[in-house]
Ligand binder design. Structure first.
Ligand SMILES: Cc1cc2nc3c(=O)[nH]c(=O)nc-3n(C[C@H](O)[C@H](O)[C@H](O)COP(=O)(O)OP(=O)(O)OC[C@H]3O[C@@H](n4cnc5c(N)ncnc54)[C@H](O)[C@@H]3O)c2cc1C
Length: 286
């Protein structure tokens, strides 16, 4: 429970953090510390240097710009949960409310959560369902990464050495769109045994115009449930359609099995919670 020795430096600006990171390729960014510090205590991570970005004020914001919602990487789960701007337009607050406890939600950040790519983390499912765009910066400049390409493997993202996640961008929902995040909490850790985010748009005839489904907890990384999305395309979004489509929730996925939830049980949960997410999103779409 005692981390290996490390150095610590607090960056006051993003440029300062990027310079430090470029000079120390094994350094780790410290955001809320609620994943990194436990990993260091278990010696699963032993970075020689921590670059603390928690005091960089202009990394913490939620704003509307050019038809998008833009969220700074250092925005805490609680800020997202309590955002009046988000409440009316997007399921992000709902997802934030499912995370850990009050302390975790106050310190933990959306940027840290997605950069960590925990296979049972909540944000990755919502980020995929919302087709978010991740803005990464390094000393070389800025680039945009699609949510689908961002989560590469267990605890691995598409961020390159020297890059910091600066912002997450989500398009504002248009038309008859409904979104939902539902989750089965692990009774001990609170993480997702299964978590499903659905983002559905209904056309003028009541058919499914577009469906985006992100699932976490089931496999080594959060994934897009493409077979569910295909099964929903164009169909009338009733209970039978939700049941048929959700049967594909874990198609083509290597399912995790552990002491708490076997592979079969997790597959079943993925199907049940996908059906619930589709039903909730459909109802909200009106
Ligand atoms: C008791 C407990 C319960 C929890 N329950 C849940 C839960 O139910 N659901 C859930 O989803 N999570 C849960 N968490 C995790 C929590 O949400 C963390 O806050 C989150 O996973 C990491 O965010 P952080 O800001 O603390 O990041 P940190 O721990 O500081 O960093 C995590 C990783 O991301 C990197 N990083 C951080 N920010 C950036 C950035 N901007 N750019 C590039 N790399 C970056 C770090 O270098 C590190 O590798 C729980 C944690 C605890 C301690």
């Amino acid at each position: 429970m005692i981390p290996a020795q490390f150095d610590y430096v607090r960056a006051n600006t993003l440029d300062e953090a990027l310079t430090l990171l470029a000079q120390n390729e094994d350094a780790k960014i410290l955001a809320g510390g609620h994943s990194l510090i436990p990993a260091m205590k278990l010696r699963l991570a032993m970075p020689p240097l921590l670059i603390d970005i928690a005091r960089i004020k202009d990394l913490s914001y939620i704003r509307e710009e050019e038809g998008q919602i833009r969220i700074g990487a250092m925005t805490s789960h609680y800020q997202l949960e309590s955002s009046d701007l988000l409440k009316t337009i997007c399921p992000l607050p709902e997802c934030a409310g499912h995370i850990g406890d009050v302390q975790v939600r106050n310190k933990g950040t959306i940027g840290g959560s997605v950069a960590h790519s925990d296979p049972a983390g909540d944000w990755p499912a919502a980020i995929i369902a919302l087709n978010a765009e991740m803005i990464a910066v390094s000393e070389k400049g800025e680039r945009s990464i699609k949510a689908d390409d961002f989560f590469v493997e267990l605890l691995t993202t598409a961020l390159e050495p020297g890059e910091i996640l600066r912002e997450i961008r989500v398009n504002k929902p248009a038309g008859r769109t409904g979104q939902a995040y539902v989750k089965m909490h692990h009774p001990a850790s609170g993480f997702a045994v299964v978590g499903v985010a659905a983002n559905l748009t209904i056309d003028g005839n009541g058919g499914c115009q577009s469906a985006s489904i992100g699932i976490t907890g089931v496999s080594s990384k959060a994934y897009r449930a493409t077979a569910v999305e295909s099964a929903l395309a164009g169909v009338r979004l009733d209970e039978q359609a939700a049941a048929n489509a959700s049967g594909h929730a874990a198609d083509g996925v290597d399912i995790n099995g552990d002491l708490f939830a076997s592979e079969d049980y997790r597959r079943h949960l993925a199907q049940v919670f996908t059906k619930r997410a589709i039903a909730a999103a459909t109802e909200r779409a009106g």
